[in-house]
Design a protein around this ligand. Structure first.
Ligand code: ADP
Ligand code: MG
Length: 382
């Protein structure tokens, strides 16, 4: 939606003009899966798809919020009172951010809010993190909290962990808060240090959502975390970040088969992230293809988080792109999305191959998003 149209919508809903916009992007992880909560490396990229929160301060301490993506609905709560879950499922994300900021001792202010987003929800592009970071950025701005982007990201993660009950790592919120236009971000999850890595201008990022119905995701996801934590204890390291392949072989007999395989994935994936960072810097498609293929195999056999639909999509895209592209699953697994890196000429080939084979093999329709790298959190005042 154009800016003046969005402003007009705000004016007609709230009877006064907005003061500004907090905008935060969705993301795709290029490589480094299930490494964030093991204090390892990840290489996500902020996307041009983003969520915008238009705001105007109020004289009282009430938050009212509407979303153009949920027409006719609204949520309303006071930042002076104890914040608990409300009736609106999506409104809870705004409450969640207010809750964690208040819990940390920050004084918030009331505001009228209007959300608009071109980010597909529940498609593996992390619309929830984009919303949390945009809302955190908005509170930071209007209540003059002076928070750096890392802190806004950490509050977003706390909101998701403690209020929305999803035990995600820091990657999604940190890339949304700190992403740089046209760049991926190498994140060291041990200390949150980031290095921007330019995405070559001729590289397309194609995300394909499998639309596979995700089941038992939370319990399986949490079990993987437990496997990693138990393996770290048995290896005598604080987190698997400190684990090495030599160390792993030395304790192999004391680990369960799953603990061994999960650890093998994490150690090898951390190495692949570092190698892929160099490959991206050099626009080296051969190296990217090899590394992303190895990451997918490791997620399939060692971490066991792929499903036939995502394995199938990877095969279909690999076949379509040949040596001119790289592909693997991305995100939390058990369904979800895959990501391809390729030049312009391969995009229609991917689309045609999916059209031809995916429904026939899996009785599912995939959603395809051709993306470019966009900016992280931005605040605009009118
Ligand atoms: P993902 O983060 O993968 O997109 P989630 O299930 O974690 O999927 O988050 C999606 C939820 O976030 C939606 O169900 C909704 O509650 C909330 N949300 C995301 N974008 C918006 C938006 N533009 N307006 C209102 N709520 C949104
Ligand atoms: Mg989410």
């Amino acid at each position: 939606m154009k800016l003046n149209e969005f402003q007009q919508q705000f004016l007609s809903l709230y009877g006064a003009p907005a003061q500004g916009i907090a905008a935060a992007p969705g993301r795709v992880n290029l490589i480094g899966e299930f490494t964030d909560y093991n204090d390892g490396f990840v290489l996500p990229c902020s996307l041009a798809f983003r969520t915008q929160v238009m705001f105007k301060q109020r004289d009282d301490n009430i938050i009212t919020v509407r979303s153009l993506n949920y027409p006719g609905e609204q949520d309303r709560f006071s930042v002076d009172e104890a914040i608990s879950e409300g009736q609106s499922q999506w409104g809870n994300y705004i409450r969640a951010v207010a809750f964690v900021l208040k819990r940390a001792g920050h004084t918030l202010r009331g505001a009228d809010l209007l959300i608009d987003s071109n980010l597909p929800q529940g498609s593996g592009l992390s619309s929830s993190a984009a919303l949390e970071v945009a809302v955190g950025g908005m509170f930071n701005h209007i209540a003059q909290l002076g928070l750096p982007p890392e802190k806004i990201a950490l509050f977003g993660q706390e909101a998701e962990n403690d209020f929305m009950h999803c035990q995600c790592g820091i990657m999604d919120q940190l890339i949304s808060a700190k992403g740089e236009n046209g760049h991926a971000l190498l994140i060291d999850c041990e200390n949150l240090a980031t290095t921007a890595v330019k995405v070559p201008d001729d590289l397309n990022i194609v995300i394909v959502n499998s639309n596979y119905p995700r089941k038992l995701v939370d319990s399986e996801y949490n079990q993987r975390r437990i496997d990693c934590e138990q393996a770290a204890v048995k290896m005598g390291v604080e987190t698997l970040r400190q684990a090495t392949m030599t160390g792993l072989q030395a304790v192999k007999a004391t680990l369960s088969e799953n603990e061994y395989k999960r650890t093998h994935h994490v150690i090898s994936e951390n190495d692949r992230v570092i190698a892929a960072t160099t490959a991206l810097q050099n626009n080296d498609m051969d190296a990217l293809r090899t590394l992303m293929a190895a990451s997918h195999q490791s997620l399939k056999h060692d971490f066991e988080v792929t499903v036939p639909a995502t394995d199938g999509l990877v095969e279909i895209c690999k076949e379509a792109m040949g040596e001119r592209g790289a592909v693997r699953m991305t995100g939390g697994g058990f369904g979800g999305a895959i990501v391809c890196l390729c030049r312009d000429a391969e995009v229609p080939l991917i689309k045609a191959a999916i059209e031809k084979h995916y429904f026939e093999r899996f009785s599912l329709n995939a959603d395809i998003y051709v993306c470019s790298a966009g900016s992280g959190l931005q605040i605009t005042s009118f």
